[in-house]
Design a protein around this ligand. Structure first.
Ligand code: HEM
Length: 216
């Protein structure tokens, strides 16, 4: 076995993979939010931005494939670590431990986020589950989607759960990467809170603003 595989299959290797892939997804989420917020500048701006992305398939496809690889690696590492930690714990201990509750929360919110991503791709990228989808008209697709309160609420709830996942993920990423020693705990917690609120706040604000009639 090469040293890379040995490192990857060790617990610390898997945690590093989780931290790095989590960080990359966080980077995507930040970029995606900044791109999406252009909706408040009007239809032309956001649609031109989307067109620019789609006009560069040599950039778009490697990013998409990279993202799929990153998500798969993140899930594989999470499942492997979970199986190991469950195997290492006696039955009675499982119910009491606080870190065990956090782990369960991470798993449940992770499954919801994965389900949300699949729904979201079918909804706003493929248009399969959108009742009034127009190819290339992101402004129309997003504003008509969130004019429906059920869809807007689904997005908001999923994004809050994404926030729960993101907060604990960022927090343990700081620990895995060694940033968080007790002296920097408050800083790490503050940074995880601020970063999570930025993503969740922005993502919840969009459906809320459309639902409130701010964008037509
Ligand atoms: C209110 C929040 C969000 C809005 C308004 C939104 C909007 C959009 C839109 C309009 C597209 C299609 C872009 C296009 O085809 O040009 C898209 C694609 C995508 N979104 Fe979101 N999004 C939101 C939140 C999220 C979240 C939370 C995630 C991940 C957890 C996410 C992941 C993705 C992915 C992976 C794509 C596919 C990108 C690609 O085409 O390669 N989005 N989003």
């Amino acid at each position: 076995m090469s040293w890379i595989l040995r490192f990857y299959t060790s617990n610390i290797g898997l945690k590093v993979v989780m931290a790095l892939t989590g960080f990359a997804m966080f980077g995507f989420l930040l970029g995606h939010l900044v791109g999406n917020l252009q909706i408040f500048w009007g239809a032309e701006i956001i649609n031109d931005y989307a067109k620019m992305l789609h006009d560069h398939p040599t950039v778009l496809w490697p990013v998409r494939l990279g993202l799929i690889g990153i998500i798969l690696a993140h899930i594989h590492a999470a499942v492997t670590l979970t199986r190991r930690s469950m195997a290492a714990r006696p039955e009675g201990y499982r119910k009491l431990n606080r870190s065990k509750r956090v782990e369960t929360g991470m798993r449940l919110s992770g499954v919801v986020v994965l389900g949300f991503i699949i729904y979201h791709l079918l909804h706003l990228t493929a248009g399969t589950v959108h009742s009034d989808y127009i190819q290339g008209d992101v402004y129309h697709n997003v504003t008509t989607a969130f004019a429906n309160p059920v869809v807007a609420i689904v997005y908001m709830v999923c994004n809050v759960l994404l926030g729960v996942h993101l907060f604990h993920g960022l927090w343990s990423m700081f620990r895995t990467l060694g940033v968080s020693n007790p002296r920097y705990d408050r800083l790490a917690r503050g940074a995880a809170t601020a970063l999570t609120l930025t993503i969740v706040g922005g993502n919840v604000f969009m459906p809320l603003a459309i639902l409130a009639g701010l964008l037509k």
